[in-house]
Design a protein. Structure first.
Length: 279
């Protein structure tokens, strides 16, 4: 690896064996580093290979003036999230989460605390990610002596969700709000509360997450399984009407079309939910 430039005393930009720019971290690795020098592999502690040059530039700019202890905490949180969820995560989380945590700490120093309007929804729809958020604010307090409020656990959780599902923050916010509104429509249809402890409810939330993700990323099911649609509409006309209301809401609110095959699968989930509430 050859050095391109030093970002700070502990981070350099370098070229890997494929000629791609990467960011390399190591104690003192950037001290007196010069362009074209070979990198001492014994000093390398961590390598960050971003998805594109724009991300490399953004990450470099962020690290220039960032207190390294803030980055080390963010890195520890990301590693914990990856190990806990057991999933591959978009590398941009190193930029977005680090920047968010740094900004949250700056706000804390200025006596400012913001309310997260999606706190309840994040806790309900993304429980594993929310627990990672709680771990994060506990770690920040332990490492940096900064006590962030519980709303920050939800904000951190949303950054984890972004990286997990490879979505942008605005898409994740829309997805979370969409799930909330869909559940309200189903409660109205059932004229009763949903059993949030049931297996059917858990499966339904999972389905809604992936449905919303497919819709907002343009990857909704494109096939028209006419046989499935015919069977579902014939057997469960009431539940299909409910799924049509949901599809109309999504199109009216977000301008996104829900294909008929997606509506058929949604209908099956609504039927299971209805059966569990009537049991």
């Amino acid at each position: 690896m050859k050095i391109v430039k030093a970002i700070n005393n502990n981070v350099v930009c370098a070229l890997d064996s494929d000629g791609q720019e990467i960011l390399v971290m190591g104690k003192g690795i950037g001290f007196k580093a010069k362009e074209g020098q070979n990198l001492d592999s014994n000093m390398v502690e961590k390598i960050f290979k971003m998805d594109n040059q724009k991300s490399v530039n953004q990450f470099s700019e962020l690290l220039k003036n960032l207190p390294m202890e803030h980055f080390h905490v963010s890195n520890e949180i990301i590693e914990y999230a990856r190990d806990t969820l057991g999933k591959k995560m978009n590398q941009n989380i190193y930029i977005t989460l680090t920047d968010h945590i740094n900004f949250a700490i700056e706000r804390f120093a200025q006596g400012m605390a913001f309310h997260n309007p999606l706190l309840w929804e994040v806790k309900k729809f993304y429980p594993s990610e929310y627990l990672i958020g709680e771990y994060a604010i506990a770690l920040i307090e332990r490492r940096l002596k900064v006590t962030l409020n519980v709303d920050e656990a939800a904000s951190i959780a949303l950054h984890v969700v972004n990286a997990e599902y490879n979505t942008a923050m605005n898409e994740t916010m829309h997805i979370t709000m969409m799930i909330k509104e869909v559940l309200l429509l189903i409660k109205e249809f059932l004229t009763s509360d949903l059993d949030e402890e049931s297996l059917y409810y858990s499966r339904f939330i999972t389905h809604l997450k992936f449905l919303a993700q497919r819709i907002f990323t343009g990857e909704a099911l494109q096939g028209e399984d006419e046989k499935l649609i015919e069977i579902v509409t014939s057997l469960y006309p009431d539940e299909y009407e409910c799924s049509k209301k949901i599809a109309n809401y999504i199109q009216a609110t977000y301008g996104q079309l829900v294909p008929r095959e997606e509506m058929a699968y949604l209908t099956l989930h609504i039927k299971r939910i209805r059966m569990s509430t009537e049991a």
